[in-house]
Design a protein around this ligand. Structure first.
Ligand SMILES: [Ca+2]
Ligand SMILES: [Ca+2]
Ligand SMILES: [Ca+2]
Length: 577
C-alpha cells in the first residue's frame, strides 16, 4: 500500500502557513449602512410609472406636486438633465421601483466627456421645489454634478442612492445670490464614490453652501480622491455660513480629506454648531491626504466617538483651526493621528486615544472599524458624554461604560463566558479564558492575550480544564500561569496527551499529533511516514491524518482516504470521512 501525495510538505511550511493565519471576527449584525437601508414606505400621493428614457423625461416635464415618479429597473442614458422646478412643486419623489439602488441606473455621457450636450448634470432642482426625495437608484458618469440642488430648493432627501464618477461635486447644494443656502437636507444610506479617482481636485461628495440643519448619516464614501499630485476637496464639506450639521455613522475608505466643517478663515463663520460622531475613517498608507476631520472656522462643533485610521498619511487625524473656532468639544475619539490646534483655535479635549493601531479593528482596510474583541484598551474606557447615545450600528451606547471610538461592542469583556472546554485555535479564531481574556495567534506565530503579545510563540492554543495551553514553535507544550508561560514538555500537555484528541483533529491542519482513544499517538514523520507511537504504521505514507468518530484515517497518493483497522489500512475512497 502506498499513499503519499505531497512529499514536499514539511513541518516548516505548516508553521509558515499558520503564521499567515489572520483573525476575522464577525461584524455586528445591526449595522446601519447602505447595505442595510430600511425599505421606504410605499409612495403616497400620485404615482407615475416610467420604464423608458423618453417616458422619464416626459414625467419630469409634467411633474405636479404630491407625485412620485417610479422608475422601472433598467439603464437610462439621459439625453437631457432632469430639470425639476421653475414652478411650485411640493412633496415630490424620483425613485427606483425596487429597494435596490443598482436596479435603476441613470447614466450620463461620461465624467471626462466635454461633449455632454444637454446632459451636464443628472438631476437639477431649484426655483420652487419644497421637499424632494431621490431614492433607490444610481446616477453616474456626468461631466458635472450627478445631483445639484440650486437655490429655491428646500428639504431635499437622498436615500439609498449610489452616486459615482461625477466630474464635479457628487451632491452640490448652492446658495442664493445673498449667500443663503438650502436647509434641512438629508443624505443617508447612500454610496458616494469614484472607482479610482475624480477627474481633478475640484470635487466633493457632499458640498453644501450656507445650509442649516443637514443630516448626513449611514453613508459610504469611497475614493473621494483626486488624481496623483492633487488634493481633492473634503468628502463632506459644510461651509460658507452653514449651521448645525449632523454627520453620523458614515464610513470613509481611501478619501484624502473626509469631513470638513469650514475650509477658509472668512468674516463670520464657515460653520456653527453641529456634531460629527460615530464615523469610521480609513486610509491606506499610500493615500496622499490631509486631516480626517477638519474644523476650520467652525465654532461650537462637537466631535464625538469617531474611529480614524489614516495610516501616517498626515500627522493630524482631527484639526481645529483659526481663531473663531472656539467652544469645541472633542471627546472619546480613537485615532492613529494627533488632535491638533492650528492658528489660534481652541477646544476642550476629553478622553481621546491617539494611539490606535489596525489590530484594534475587525477589518480596517475594508473600512470596518468595529472593535475587535481583543481591543480591551478601547472597550469600556470612554467617559459618558451627552449627545452620543448610539454608535455606528445605531446600537445604544453603554451609559456607564461606553467604548472609545465609533463602535460600542455588544459584549463587555467582564461578562464574557469562557470558551467550551477543548476549544483549539486554529481552527477556532480565539479562546476566551475564565477571566474573559481573548487568546489569539497573531503574526509571526505570536500568542496574543487581549491583542497584546505574550512572551510565547506557537502554532496552537488549547483551552482545556480551565488552562491555556500552547504548542510552541519549539514543538513543546507550554501552559499559561500567573507567572507567565511554564514549560510542560514535548508530549505532556494536559491539553493533549492526558486525554483523547478532539473529534476532527487533523495532522497537520490543526495539530501536529493525534491521541486516539487507546492512548496511541499519531504523527507524520520524515518522508511522510505515518507514525504510531513513533514507529511506522504498517508502511503507511500520507500527507494527512484525521481523527474522527473514533477512528484514524490517512490521506494517500491515489487521493484516497485509508482507515486504520488496528493492524493495517483499508481504502475508504476519495471522499474525506
Ligand atoms: Ca471667521
Ligand atoms: Ca462598553
Ligand atoms: Ca456596535
Amino acid at each position: 500500500m502506498r499513499f503519499a501525495s505531497n512529499r514536499r510538505r514539511t513541518v516548516l511550511s505548516f508553521l509558515l502557513s499558520l503564521s499567515m493565519f489572520t483573525i476575522i471576527f464577525a461584524s455586528d449584525t445591526r449595522a446601519a449602512s447602505p447595505d442595510s437601508a430600511p425599505p421606504l414606505p410605499a409612495p403616497s400621493g400620485n404615482v407615475v410609472r416610467v420604464s423608458t428614457e423618453p417616458e422619464l423625461q416626459a414625467a419630469v416635464r409634467n411633474l405636479a406636486s404630491d407625485t412620485t415618479i417610479l422608475i422601472a429597473p433598467g439603464t437610462y442614458h439621459l439625453t437631457n438633465t432632469l430639470y425639476i422646478g421653475f414652478r411650485s412643486l411640493t412633496n415630490i419623489a424620483l425613485r427606483g421601483a425596487t429597494n435596490r439602488r443598482n436596479d435603476v441606473v441613470l447614466v450620463g455621457p461620461g465624467m471626462t466627456n466635454g461633449n455632454f450636450g444637454n446632459a451636464p448634470y443628472g438631476i437639477w432642482t431649484g426655483e420652487g421645489v419644497q421637499g424632494i426625495l431621490i431614492a433607490n437608484l444610481t446616477i453616474s458618469d456626468f461631466y458635472s454634478h450627478p445631483i445639484i440642488f440650486n437655490a429655491g430648493t428646500a428639504s431635499p432627501r437622498v436615500y439609498n442612492v449610489r452616486l459615482a464618477e461625477g466630474g464635479e461635486q457628487l451632491v452640490k447644494s448652492n446658495p442664493d445670490a445673498s449667500g443663503k443656502g438650502i436647509d434641512n437636507g438629508i443624505v443617508e444610506y447612500s454610496v458616494l464614490e469614484y472607482s479610482n479617482t475624480s477627474r481633478d481636485w475640484y470635487t466633493n461628495a457632499v458640498d453644501v453652501h450656507g445650509g442649516t440643519g443637514w443630516i448626513i448619516r449611514h453613508n459610504v464614501f469611497r475614493n473621494i480622491r483626486a488624481p496623483f499630485g492633487q488634493l481633492s476637496g473634503p468628502a463632506i464639506l459644510m461651509w460658507r455660513g452653514s449651521r448645525d450639521t449632523i454627520v453620523d455613522g458614515n464610513t470613509f475608505v481611501n478619501c484624502q480629506r473626509e469631513i470638513a466643517f469650514g475650509l477658509e478663515d472668512i468674516a463670520g463663520n464657515e460653520h456653527t454648531g453641529g456634531i460629527i460622531e460615530n464615523n469610521f475613517i480609513y486610509r491606506d498608507s499610500w493615500v496622499s491626504g490631509d486631516a480626517g476631520i477638519i474644523l476650520w472656522d467652525a465654532p461650537s462643533a462637537q466631535v464625538l466617538h469617531n474611529s480614524i485610521l489614516i495610516s501616517g498619511t498626515y500627522p493630524n487625524a482631527v484639526e481645529y483651526r483659526f481663531p473663531d473656532t472656539a467652544g469645541v468639544l472633542i471627546a472619546n475619539n480613537l485615532t492613529d493621528g494627533a488632535i491638533a490646534s492650528r492658528q489660534g483655535a481652541t477646544a476642550t479635549l476629553m478622553n481621546n486615544s491617539t494611539a490606535a493601531t489596525a489590530s484594534l479593528f475587525v477589518n480596517p482596510s475594508a473600512g470596518d472599524l468595529h472593535l475587535a474583541i481583543t481591543a480591551t484598551g478601547a472597550i469600556d474606557t470612554a467617559v459618558p458624554v451627552p449627545g452620543a447615545a448610539t454608535d455606528w450600528d445605531g446600537e445604544p451606547r453603554s451609559p456607564s461604560a461606553p467604548d472609545v471610538g465609533a463602535d460600542e461592542t455588544a459584549v463587555a469583556a467582564a461578562t464574557r463566558n469562557a470558551s467550551p472546554d477543548g476549544t483549539i485555535v486554529p481552527p477556532a479564531s480565539h479562546v476566551f479564558d475564565d477571566s474573559g481574556a481573548a487568546w489569539t495567534i497573531g503574526s509571526a506565530a505570536t500568542i496574543l492575550r487581549n491583542g497584546q503579545p505574550t512572551s510565547g510563540f506557537g502554532s496552537t492554543i488549547v483551552w482545556k480544564s480551565h488552562t491555556i495551553n500552547m504548542l510552541g514553535t519549539d514543538n513543546d507544550w507550554w501552559q499559561w500561569t500567573a507567572q507567565g508561560w511554564v514549560y510542560v514538555g514535548p508530549a505532556n500537555s494536559n491539553a493533549v496527551t492526558s486525554s483523547t484528541s478532539l473529534d476532527g483533529t487533523e495532522v497537520p491542519t490543526n495539530a501536529t499529533r493525534i491521541i486516539d482513544n487507546s492512548g496511541a499517538e499519531w504523527a507524520i514523520g520524515s518522508d511522510l511516514v505515518i507514525l504510531q507511537n513513533g514507529a511506522p504504521a504498517a508502511n503507511g505514507l500520507g500527507s494527512k491524518i484525521l481523527w474522527t468518530r473514533g477512528a484514524i484515517y490517512a490521506l494517500g497518493v491515489d487521493a484516497n482516504w485509508w482507515l486504520w483497522t488496528g493492524n493495517g489500512w483499508v481504502n475508504v475512497g476519495p471522499r474525506q470521512p
